[in-house]
Design a protein around this ligand. Sequence first.
Ligand SMILES: [Zn+2]
Ligand SMILES: [Zn+2]
Length: 362
Amino acid sequence: MTTTVRAALLSSVGAQLELTEITLPDPGPGQVRVKLAAAGVCHSDLSLATGVLRAATPVVLGHEGAGTVVAVGEGVTKVAPGDSVVLNWAPACGHCHLCELGEPWLCENSYAASVEPYATLADGTAAYPGLGVAAFAEETVVSENAVIPLPQGVPLDAAALLGCAVLTGYGAVHNAARVREGESAVVFGLGGVGLAVLQGLRIAGAGPVVAVDVTPEKEELARRHGATDFVLADEQTAKTVRKLTGGHGADHAFECVGRSTSIRAAWNSTRRGGRTTVVGIGSKDDQVSFNALEIFHFARTLTACVYGDGVPERDLPILADHVRAGRLDLDALITDRITLDDIPAAFDRMREGKGGRSLIVF
Ligand SMILES: [Zn+2]
Ligand SMILES: [Zn+2]
């Protein structure tokens, strides 16, 4: 038995996404089939489509999704048909070196599913699941490791954002940087993840919180997500941020762009001894340079975080608590609700630096 569903397919790197039908096998041992309720369009999808990040093709992208389990394979115990779940694009194996060290977000095997074909096209060609998830389709088949039961009280469509932007942004603040109440912060880049970082900072009680972007239209969005100040990025950004943080610089910077210029500006915006957390994913051709003296003198920390240094099974119930209490506003992050054939327009908005998250609602 197989299932045929509509999907947005990337046939090769640099191509336009095309709507097509793919055939999914029944879930094998340890696998589940999920009917998507919604999928967010993440900047990493654009990077995979343009080749900045590598993916096997043809591929169904989309890695931020939520839906309902419709079938389970042999031996699946974690979920049952009818369960609401969030998809996890970096499921930890639990037994590699880094999992054993207690850093499952860096699991050496988390990308295993993305290099195995999971579906077939009409002509029989095998297709790959983007980041192992393939959420740009009506249904997908994944390992039970890659689904997290959705706690009660979170709307299923908006819950998609918990699977990437929110886990990443909130986790950057609370798991990676461990921002404390009253600390100052600056956030570079106000896409879905940057806005989620702002909400994470609001929950942490940070302040002042300076938001930086290249698009003036982002100011209103930034303030709605908890920014106390907005700075339009230019060569003086670091100086401006220092002025807004008592002349010292911010305790924390979050870089959500993935470019050398904003990584440098983020680092320069922090105080002596401050911490910069790079959340954005950049290109291997983009070099960031530091002189040897400034590294010593400023005694700052520059670090990255992957998937918010998160443990989805642990963190999702925490995020759901925040949603139910009204502290975390998922709807505010969603600026465009779209259909499966509108992904190219969502990519264009991203390139132009417009809006927050585009959410495909099935
Ligand atoms: Zn993502
Ligand atoms: Zn592992």
